[in-house]
Write a protein that binds this ligand. Sequence first.
Ligand code: ATP
Length: 362
Amino acid sequence: MRKRFDIAVFDGDGIGPEIMRPTISLLRQMALDGGYELTFHHLPAGAAHYAETGKSLPCASLDAARRADAILLSAMGLPSVRYPDGTEISPQIELRKALSLFAGVRPVRLVPGQRSPLALPADREVDFVLIRESTEGLFHSQGAGEVTETEARETLLITRETSEKLFRFAFGLAAERRLRGRGPGRVTCVDKANVFRAFAFFRAIFDAEARHHPDIVADHAYVDATALWFVLKPWDFDVLVTENMFGDILSDLGAGLMGGLGLAPSADIGTDHAVFQPCHGSAPDIAGRGVANPMAMLLSAAMMLDWLGLRHDAPTVVEDGRRLREAVEAVVAEGAVLTADLGGRATTEEAARAVMDRLAAA
Ligand code: ATP
């Protein structure tokens, strides 16, 4: 079993450093107890760094991230700091492109006791994963759209190469989830193939990949109907895979089902690299007060342990990923120590401490 892992850390902007700090303390403790080593390298990037230096993601930071075993990233960007064209600083999107992180993995889980705008029937549990293609789609022309006095154009790009990798990843994930008793082994391609030729192309590549996985159920859904079903019967899904912009929107809907952005983790995964970060932004409206919810960051760290452990044949690390996720879920379901976004009064540190205590007691 591999025992030492180098982690590149981007502390980010706004609440970023506040939620990263307890996450690293907790990871250090888990590694110490589990007999493996995590080395953290803090790298500069983000909106505050851009305001100071004119660079949002310095080459040295990108190179160090490339060399690391995994990348842990907090929230980045500030509405008050922008590029000359008016768009926000988003090194996380630059990283996705630079490291070809084509699979944006967004788990949606709702366990008994967890507050949600949905009235979940008592016998139902929600546990699905939305995979958002993260390097092309409608984000392809980001920053390069054509705007004149009279019209504006952006380009949606779907490539065979990326789609094949994406669908292979989705079927692999469905098989792995089934092995762990999570999901029946089903992948749903979410598109708009009835209207756009690009999505008919996307769907045809999906169908071709599905033929290599006869043991996994493959089906399709239109994105508008999927939004409806997210609300009406979210327990029906297992793995969903979709284009970048559709995934961007659906993943926030998924976060809403879970009770808010403060509980939504994510991973952007490629063939050789992966970034783990919460779905939420830097929340400048609450930054500096120590009240941000650290759970999405902690759940993202749990996904990192799972990915590292599976990749490097380190079962203890995989197991720690599961323990961390379950500890967060237990604290949230119990509801005694919650931050304000979930209706509680706990500080960031208190919420993270409750997870730490739960781990120690398990
Ligand atoms: P981005 O576009 O960068 O994703 P955003 O504009 O969607 O960001 P966020 O920064 O995610 O916005 O914040 C949206 C709302 O959710 C804000 O009111 C913010 O305070 C709240 N929020 C986001 N993350 C958290 C968190 N971890 N804890 C508590 N509240 C949060």
